[in-house]
Design a protein around this ligand. Structure first.
Ligand SMILES: Cc1cc2nc3c(=O)[nH]c(=O)nc-3n(C[C@H](O)[C@H](O)[C@H](O)COP(=O)(O)OP(=O)(O)OC[C@H]3O[C@@H](n4cnc5c(N)ncnc54)[C@H](O)[C@@H]3O)c2cc1C
Length: 605
């Protein structure tokens, strides 16, 4: 985040136009920082930071994805990475948005983007300085973000040579144009890929494109028939809930004139074309079954299942699990469900409501899918009741749900916004989301009050941090209102509290007041089993236990758990999330894999 796809902007202050003096302030801070780190001086470093400052490093200095808080922790961490690692050439980045004043997390800051070099390569940074008026006007760093951009000596692939024939020996064999049979026939002679990416959603495709840029042999496998089917197969009325301008995949932007909220089929087709244009080696209809790691040889033994049921073993150095945080449908066990003689489906299998006109339908679950499906059924003439178990965060799709992306509308280009977002540590980000949640509650006051009146249980996320933090913590539990909340508020879609449900009977739900709620259709919009389930299934309980939970914030590290960073299992990586998260962090992940490969084959000192 910052770890996320996020923006944390409340607003920019145009009245504070930057002056030469402000540039001098930034330059002065940067040159003092450079002197301080090159002298490895605790005092010189510490005096540049506020006591409650934060540093997020994405590989640039620590070689890890790391967030630190507090002057002492920051200084000590910096000092621990300076031996043999010369940091130099700190300067305001002339090619990016110039220093400016902004309000971040309620604080007025002088914000600057800078560049510097490390012994490993070139890096970028985000600096947010705060003015201390006492004892006399003085700027100290409140937050600093540092991000590795390019590894030394690996600039050759700066631009993808899209028209160039793929020359690496393994790649022709892995071409998605070959039939699976040909692949198997050639499989005795294939060069093993360095990386196996599992899943061709936004996470897998972005990562494969970034690995390709790093010149790393990569195969992507996808269990569906076609790339994009993970979106194509979802319910017909689905469009993205965040705007096109923040959702680009790496290296290739959506056309300007595309709809503000991309319909799912249009996105699916774009994904398929993207795989083609980026020359990604995607094997469709290929299932990842399981894998074990050969410690000595430092490779995996992976069992794949191909479309005709044939098994194939491959031996990549790395596996990137890009299988999503919501892969396997989860259906709660409600007493008597086997008695029910209507139709039961999970939201994953819902297409549209045309078959259910004039019939009673129950939608269990009040997240995005539940609301969208309830609204679709209502539109098709069903008599719909939604069943709510847990409190849900409701926010109007505009402007409230888009507030977290406001940075992307401030003016800087996409690349600068991504850096500003990535360079924001957890605590300031959290504060900013609390401010934005407060704002959105004001915008949405009318609908929220009406929902409360009909008994809808609301929440605003842990510590009122809003929908995006909820996504990062739990993967769901919110709805972007595009009309369904209004239907619930005025009673056109009925609401039932799960605590009033006794069990299922043949004709519908039996309620604790003795009544029966008849239904012909029950849709379980109850979400999915998280990534931990998948890890256990594919790698076994022992490995799952070794690496710990995947996804959700670790308050101690202030980062998402096991996401786009080294895990405790060599050669195993994870990536997931919204489109902008995947765009930002696929590069970080690819760089780590590249570094890992370089380390492995560099002569031992
Ligand atoms: C209804 C809904 C609306 C959403 N709206 C938005 C939105 O507006 N904006 C946004 O950014 N996000 C949105 N999301 C959230 C999130 O971005 C998506 O869930 C997204 O699909 C995540 O991308 P991913 O690549 O991490 O995972 P997925 O898209 O889930 O991709 C994982 C891929 O892995 C494949 N796979 C899984 N297991 C295996 C296996 N064993 N072998 C081979 N292949 C396998 C799957 O078939 C799938 O194609 C939405 C999610 C839902 C459910």
């Amino acid at each position: 985040m910052a770890m996320t796809e996020i923006s944390q902007t409340e607003h920019i202050s145009p009245e504070h136009t930057i002056t030469a003096t402000h540039r001098e302030i930034v330059n002065n801070w940067l040159s003092r920082f450079e002197i301080a780190v090159n002298n490895s001086s605790y005092n010189l470093i510490a005096e540049l930071f506020l006591d409650d400052s934060h540093w997020r490093d994405l590989l640039a200095i620590s070689g890890r994805v790391k967030t630190l808080t507090g002057i002492n922790n920051i200084t000590n961490e910096l000092l621990s990475h300076l031996s043999g690692n010369r940091l130099s050439s700190f300067m305001i980045d002339p090619d990016r948005v110039q220093p400016r004043f902004a309000t971040r997390s309620g604080r007025r800051v002088l914000e600057a983007l800078f560049t510097f070099n490390t012994s490993q390569g070139s890096a970028s940074g985000v600096l947010r300085l705060v003015l201390l008026t006492k004892p006399n006007n003085y700027y100290k760093a409140w937050t600093i973000g540092t991000v590795l951009q390019e590894l030394k000596g690996t600039k050759a692939t700066k631009h993808l040579h899209l028209n160039k024939k793929v020359t690496s020996p393994g790649q022709e064999i892995f071409s998605s144009k070959l039939s699976k049979l040909q692949i198997i026939e050639k499989s005795n002679t294939i060069e093993q890929p360095t990386v196996l990416v599992v899943g061709a959603g936004q996470a897998g495709l972005s990562t494969a494109a970034q690995l390709r840029k790093q010149g790393i042999d990569t195969v992507v496998i996808e269990k569906h028939n076609r790339v994009g089917d993970n979106w194509r197969n979802r319910y017909r009325s689905l469009t993205l809930h965040n705007q096109t301008s923040v959702n680009h995949l790496p290296f290739l932007k959506f056309p300007d004139h595309w709809p503000t909220y991309i319909p799912k089929d249009q996105l699916a087709d774009w994904f398929e074309s993207y795989a083609d244009i980026m020359k990604l080696n995607v094997w469709t209809q290929t299932h990842f079954r399981n894998a074990t790691y050969e410690q000595k040889q430092m490779h995996w033994n992976v069992n794949l299942e191909l479309p005709n049921g044939k098994q194939l073993k491959i031996k990549p150095h790395h596996i990137v699990m890009a299988t999503g945080i919501s892969g396997t449908p989860s259906i709660p066990n409600i007493r008597g469900i086997e008695r029910f003689n209507g139709t039961i489906i999970h939201s994953e299998n819902y297409t549209d409501g045309s078959k259910w006109k004039g019939l009673n339908a129950l939608v269990i679950g009040t997240g995005n899918s539940g609301h969208d499906i309830a609204q679709d059924l209502y539109k098709h003439g069903s008599n719909v009741t939604m069943v709510q178990r847990s409190s849900t965060l409701i926010t109007n799709i505009e402007p409230s749900a888009q507030l977290v992306y406001s940075l992307y509308h401030e003016g800087p280009n996409l690349e600068d916004c991504d850096l500003l977002a990535a360079g924001t540590p957890f605590e300031p980000l959290k504060e900013s989301h609390q401010i934005l949640t407060k704002k959105s509650k004001q915008y949405d006051e009318d609908i929220l009050k009406k929902l409360e009146k009909v008994g809808f249980k609301l929440d605003f996320g842990k510590e009122e941090t809003g929908w995006q933090f909820k996504y990062l913590q739990t993967g769901g539990g919110y709805y972007f209102n595009i009309g369904c909340s209004d239907l619930i508020a005025d009673g056109r879609i009925k609401l039932l509290n799960f605590s009033d449900v006794k069990d299922f009977q043949e004709e519908g739900l039996s309620l604790s007041d003795g009544n029966i709620l008849p239904a012909k259709l029950v849709v379980f919009a109850t979400g999915y089993k998280g990534p931990d389930f998948h890890v256990k299934k594919c790698f076994g309980t022992k490995l799952a236990h070794k690496i710990g939970p995947v996804w959700g914030f670790d308050e101690r590290t202030q980062e998402l758990r096991n996401m786009w960073t080294k895990t405790k299992q060599p050669g195993l990586w994870f990536i997931a999330g919204g489109l902008s998260q995947c765009r930002i962090y696929s590069k970080i992940l690819a760089l780590q894999i590249k570094l890992n490969e370089l380390e492995k084959y560099s002569p031992k000192k």
